[in-house]
Write a protein that binds this ligand. Sequence first.
Ligand SMILES: [Zn+2]
Length: 576
Amino acid sequence: MEYQNVSRRDTHAMGQKFTLPALLTALAAAFLLSACAPAPEQQKVTSSANPDAVQAHLEFLASDLLEGRDTGERGHEIASHYIAAQYKIMGLKEAGTDGFYQRVPFRSARLADTQPTFVIATPSGEHELQYRRHFTTTASTAEEISEVNAEVVFVGYGLVSETFGINDYEGLDVENKIVIAVSGGTQGLPSEEAAHLGAQKQRQAAERGAVGFITLHTPEREAVRPFEQAVLFAGGARMRWLDTDGNAHGEDGQLRGSAYLDYRAAEPMFDGAEYTLEDIWAALEAGERPPSFALNASATMRRESIFSEIDSPNVIGMIEGSDPTLKHEYVLYTAHSDHIGLARDFSTTSKVNNGALDNAAGVAVMLETARMYAEQVAAGNGPRRSILFAAVTAEEKGLLGADYFAHNPTVPLSSIVANVNLDMPVLLYPFADVIAFGADHSSLGDVVARAAGRHNIALSPDPMPEQAIFTRSDHYTLVRQGIPAVFLMTGFTSQDEDEDGGEIWGKFFAENYHRPGDDIETLTETYGGIRYDFGALFTDINFEIGMEIANADEAPYWLSDSYFGKIFSADSSVRD
Ligand SMILES: [Zn+2]
């Protein structure tokens, strides 16, 4: 799963027990769903997953020898080689651009040793800000030397959404100006939509002709995460995939200036302006949207970045469908094969971030799923549509391998009818329910409820909507291209009455996630081991979801009340 800073409060909330009334509601909902849904076609699903296979794949991929499978590193290349070898053993067809491989070109950028500079000019004089004391910045993947001098405009939260009637740019001209916005502004909106909008702020500025983007740290934010702490995590390397012209995809190159600015250093910028910083804090405190207005200041910003270029593979295999027409359509499984490499924290004894659950487990499940399809084909019972399996790279760098595939698909994008994503199944307890991100947005919700129901597994609502997990894994890059997707997570209820699944999940997330402790030894010591039997069950469910989609007469469709269906998909694929 992609990294996000999780505050102590968040991780605590996640460890909370999933209350019984909520669980009963969920069970009732799942029951109703399956009761109302049209009877599924009778399928001859006789395959079942082999726990030993899940274990063998996971043990190989999570081995110390693979050094945490960092994008572009040897360990990830070995993992990719292993996955391609498994595809070949199973008889999958090559569906990359070079055999099973689709090599993705990347640019990695880090800040040079020369310090970034930031000078504010106002009628009262010049104010030179100090890097890491007053502001931080990140490397640019667009140009090695980024320099800008322009007037500054305050744009409130800097949010725009037609659906929610928000436009913080209303009446403002930001062409060739640097915009400054306070963080946040999506509180009160549904969390998944909020995460999507929050991530669009820079693009909104660029679309309106801005040449720089400054995020203003606030007193409110200071109380949660002090500026000093933000500084510690700033300035790491950034990565983007490169298009055929060698441009970093998704980098708004015209935003030459970029900074995270401490409010205590921002005072001069608001000299003689229509509103003071105090007015803005007062608005925030009152829960009102802050005003947007031009400032009597200009800023000069400069930073130097150092580029390096690498490539790293997606590994893509295919099972050909049996139906002469439908075989030209695809159900796409994705699981990211990369992780975060070696630990930079030298205080720990183990230096390897093994990523046993994130996401050796997901790849292991996908490989066993592929074997089950191959078994069905051999038995003359193969899927009608074709099935694609993509082990994608650079998920941990920002869903990059999947996004590259979504923009450079090896089959026509419009022929991909659905995506089933596998990322970090927490296989540490005998789960009694699953959570299906994306299930509310498309007809796939019913498919998941049926597949899980056949195994007496309930479908529960998202227990931690504040995490907006729907926008945080690879399937989201396909959702952005209008493809309905579903992503299953192990639920918070354990079949063992003596344990609390949510507590175990929360503990893993707080203590092991993205740390050297996401390895088989530590998970065995702390939680009594990985439940490969439930890994096999998780595989069965994901296999049956894909099989039902592949065999249905009709392709999945978006529900008309889905926000994501509305903004990303063609009208023809949306229904009530
Ligand atoms: Zn991760």
